[in-house]
Design a protein around this ligand. Sequence first.
Ligand SMILES: [Zn+2]
Length: 317
Amino acid sequence: MRSRRACPERSRRACSALIVVWATAAVLGQAAAPAFDSGRAWEHLRQLVVIGPRPAGSAALDQTRKYIKSQLASAGVTVIEQPWDEATPIGKVHMVNLIATIPSARPEGAPRDRIVISGHYDTKLFRDSRFVGANDGGSSAAFLVEMARVLKARRNALTIELLFLDGEEAFCLNWDECSRPGAPDNTYGSRHYVADGKRAGTLAAIKAHILVDMVGDRDLRVKRDLNSTPWLTDIVWAAAKARKLDTYFVPQTTQIEDDHIPFMQAGVPSVDIIDLEYEAWHTPRDTLDAVSAGSLQVVGDVLLAALAPIEARFAKR
Ligand SMILES: [Zn+2]
């Protein structure tokens, strides 16, 4: 799916009205709000799946990083690596978070307050089957790459950081099977990022953290996560309702353990946008057939609609 750019014959009147809006915005010196393009996101997703299984520490994940970095560079977005070696149940694994920053339009010297939008880009390790994680790992990474392009063109009231997290998946088959007290076998990247931010004293500047995970499910149905921050969850669900996308962002609740938990424990307001009710979850069937560009579009539209009210809460213009 691609976002519609042309004016079809039947909607010429609506398009004319749109052109007037654009012209007015241009006169006022404001660019038309950039839109999320699920066609582009889909192409990133396809490219990631072509790389194959992408578990933490693998050559394929290194190749994935190269792809993400080259796409961010062509969007004009600066990215740095946050590398470290992690002790895991399968031994030492080299991991890397990617941190892309899009500065705000605020004058220099403004506080370094920021909004973090994160997602994991590793896929779960399966030794006995081929797991390409189109949705689980692929959708979040592809989504963030396209979001970088959109937000680079947007006038952001706060700095936006796009955080590609490594090592979300457990190395053992089940989430907590090999976890020990103080050493969970999951969420390695988010725990490393938060620990580093604690040491550097930079976490308080994160005003809101939006996590996306498994946002490509063909049959998208995102429930409110009770482990997330209520006011931030309210903003996202209100944005979905305002855009008549509340058939996808439903009022039912769930409770999710994911990369937002280390942030929540550190006092950073966070919301997890995840559809965990995915028939192909952690199976070899998590392929392109099970995901859709339309679902990425829904989440892209909702997230962009939610940004303004989040910014309004913190930005002093
Ligand atoms: Zn997973």
